[in-house]
Design a binder for this molecule. Sequence first.
Ligand SMILES: Cc1cc2nc3c(=O)[nH]c(=O)nc-3n(C[C@H](O)[C@H](O)[C@H](O)COP(=O)(O)OP(=O)(O)OC[C@H]3O[C@@H](n4cnc5c(N)ncnc54)[C@H](O)[C@@H]3O)c2cc1C
Length: 378
Amino acid sequence: MISLNEEQRIILNTVKQISREKIKPRAAEIDETGEFPWDTAKLFVENGILNPLLPEQYGGIGAGYLLFSLILEEIAKVCASSALLLIAQADGMLPILCGGTEALKDKYLPQLAEGKIAAFAATEPGAGSDILSMRTQAVKKGSDYFLNGRKCFITNGSIAHVLSVYAYTDRDKKSKGISAFVVEKGSPGFGYGKNENKMGMRGSINSELIFEDLRIPEENRIGREGDGFPNMMEALNTSRLFAASQAVGIAQGAIDEAVAYANQRVQFGAPISRLQAIQFMAADMVAQTEAARLLTYQAARYFDTNQKSQIGKFCAMAKFLATDTAMKVTTDAVQMMGGYGYMKEFPVERMMRDAKLTQIYTGTNQIMRMVAAREIFK
Ligand SMILES: Cc1cc2nc3c(=O)[nH]c(=O)nc-3n(C[C@H](O)[C@H](O)[C@H](O)COP(=O)(O)OP(=O)(O)OC[C@H]3O[C@@H](n4cnc5c(N)ncnc54)[C@H](O)[C@@H]3O)c2cc1C
């Protein structure tokens, strides 16, 4: 169905191996403690995949979007939080790669392959789906900007070294008045609020960011003044593809667990996998996951072949189909495993909690349907 070259096959096999041997055994502990898995980040650096989309000149491996999707899927099968680590890293990096000057790319991108952590900061307490109602503002004085405002829910927020941050430079211009900036951890005027306590995906950190007269040199603006909104949308499209890939991985991971369990759980004198009720549930789970997988790969191919007119619609459709599928499949996996599925001793309850987030972040599935419908009826 997909043809990979020799190098891509080697990369993917390595990812499969580290997922099985190193990431899977850590998944329950990461979920339990809610701590950022620095050891996993180090493992990704050692294997050259902390930022696989980065071109080689910046220290990456120049993976295409399909290969990155496959990498995310493999990791999410065993630990969705670890896949989110890579997604957040790409989300924070892509605004710079897509819109930054050569000097900005040279300064920040190599660090993001070497172990420095990135974040993407758009959402605010009063601006989620309605992102244009953001209040964060960057006012220019001389050759510097001064940033004031607050962001929330930001993945990697309080641990990130390099953040792509969106702010109004001219509120009257609405979407044409937003600009993007690179902000560094430790800058004077950059503070943190709380880290959130979440239902799932607990191995990632989500933070409030507080900017008080934070000085940003002009050269840290990404692109021209007013270019922030298209830059944000470009990053969000990719992020929707990544969420879809992650969701396909979560669904597949739950299927693998539930099928193995059903084959060995004996009730009424035979494995429950012999029961038609269980078989039909499994058939639906697998068919729905395969359909989501194919749509997700198609969206990735549109990126790799630069078919811009298809990207927005297919990323939105893949995102809502794959993440709704992950929610349904993980819930069914818990059901298939009965009481044991509900216990933390087995991973499917974690997968169900993790799946819920994929329906919400990087644009809710209601908003994804609106994006797709807009394209369909235009
Ligand atoms: C764990 C987590 C990690 C996140 N990471 C990041 C990050 O790294 N960077 C970042 O910038 N943001 C991040 N976000 C923010 C995320 O993208 C937003 O939560 C999401 O876009 C929804 O915004 P909201 O939570 O304010 O919900 P709201 O926009 O308030 O939506 C509430 C409900 O109303 C519905 N709704 C809203 N508007 C409409 C409409 N016009 N039509 C139909 N239904 C509508 C929504 O679908 C939803 O069901 C993260 C969020 C979470 C929970």
